[in-house]
Design a protein around this ligand. Structure first.
Ligand code: PEP
Ligand code: MN
Length: 345
């Protein structure tokens, strides 16, 4: 249920509506749009229907939200959400590029890659310190040491960073370093982790599970939002299909679908979708053409020696070429890649 009020309504009127909803057993969320203030009233199926709210001062209308996810839906918030990551806006007109290695391997490695991608227009670097590997014998990440390298490089170059958390007990630690916390495909339905992140103040990058429907993905985002963290970026990273030429099948249609269903920004990870660096540029172009707000891409200084996902990692040079292509696609869809545009022209 949502209660729509004018965005300039006086505070006491909002408080009165909230109090009434709380008495009826609802939890409330205030969602500010450009023209209206929406109070999302979330309750168990058994909650009393909020009668009597419609006539309260300042209330324009009361509406049922038809979608199973509520707070993430366009029904609740019609304008796009823009997530501000220390001045980098995700979900606005700017295309945001997050680039870096699958895993942080050493200070030298992350430093060289970060400088390389920054020069070609990335705004955010990526690098895993806690790696959810399919095999227990594969490299599992440098853990806190990796976070320290990311933080050191951040202070040396003009980049924010995104890194994954794989367990609820590490949320505090990872939040104390990262600008954006990533939830990987394998953890998309780890509801304890999602709830914990919902109580964090950091933006969350929520990857789609490789066997999850769009609705399940949006419900996962709802878990985070329902705890009070509205800063969520959705990331399509390919789903498992019968096709085995690629590691996963990039579900490109998920981009415009999610854009219709939700106000949250959507980005695409072409690297885990493809599993092959040769496909990454084409998939990135497709993502931006389809309306994605950015990409998350794996780049390595020495892909042949990478401890993780070398086959899908671009060299710094290939990354630069990809960005040149991507810039043209961005312009064609009335978006832009700011740093790169100023550098090349
Ligand atoms: C990653 O981005 O490092 C990663 C592990 O991806 P995914 O969770 O999409 O497999
Ligand atoms: Mn990877």
């Amino acid at each position: 249920m949502i209660v729509v009020m004018n965005v300039n309504v006086e505070e006491p009127k909002v408080e009165a509506v909230k109090d009434k909803l709380h008495q009826m057993g609802y939890k409330t969320h205030l969602i500010y749009g450009t023209a209206r203030l929406v109070i999302g009233a979330i309750g168990q199926e058994s909650s009393v229907a909020p009668t009597g709210i419609e006539t309260m001062p300042g209330v324009e209308k009361v509406m049922r939200v038809m979608a199973p996810y509520k707070l993430v839906s366009r029904e609740v918030k019609s304008d796009d959400s823009i997530i501000d990551v220390g001045g980098v806006e995700i979900g606005g007109n700017e295309i945001v590029v997050m680039a870096g290695p699958c895993a942080v391997e050493s200070y030298e490695q992350i430093s060289e890659i970060a400088r390389g991608v920054q020069e070609s227009g990335a705004q955010i670097m990526r690098g895993g310190a806690f790696k959810p590997r399919s095999s227990p014998y594969s490299f599992q990440g440098l853990e806190e040491e990796g976070l320290q390298y990311l933080a050191k490089v951040r202070s040396e170059v003009n980049l924010k960073f995104v890194t994954e958390v794989i367990t609820p007990t590490d949320v505090e630690l990872v939040s104390s370093y990262a600008d954006i916390i990533q939830v990987g495909a394998r953890n998309m339905q780890n509801y304890t982790l999602l709830r914990e992140l919902g109580r964090s103040e950091k933006p969350v990058l929520l990857k789609r599970g490789y066997a999850s429907t769009i609705e399940e993905w949006l419900m996962a985002a709802e878990y985070i939002m329902n705890e009070g963290n509205y800063q969520i970026i959705l990331c399509e990273r390919g789903i498992r299909t019968f096709e085995n030429y690629t590691r996963n099948t990039l579900d490109i249609s998920a981009v415009p679908i999610v854009k219709q269903l939700s106000h949250l920004p959507v980005i695409v990870d072409p690297s885990h979708s493809a599993g092959n660096w040769r496909l990454v540029s084409a998939l990135s172009n497709a993502a931006i053409a389809a309306g994605a707000d950015g990409i998350l891409v794996e780049v390595h200084n020495l892909p042949d020696e990478a401890l993780c996902d070398g086959a899908q990692s671009l060299t710094i040079e290939n990354y630069q070429q990809m960005m040149e292509e991507l810039k043209k696609v961005a312009v064609a869809v009335n978006r832009y890649l700011p740093l790169f545009s100023t550098k090349l022209e």
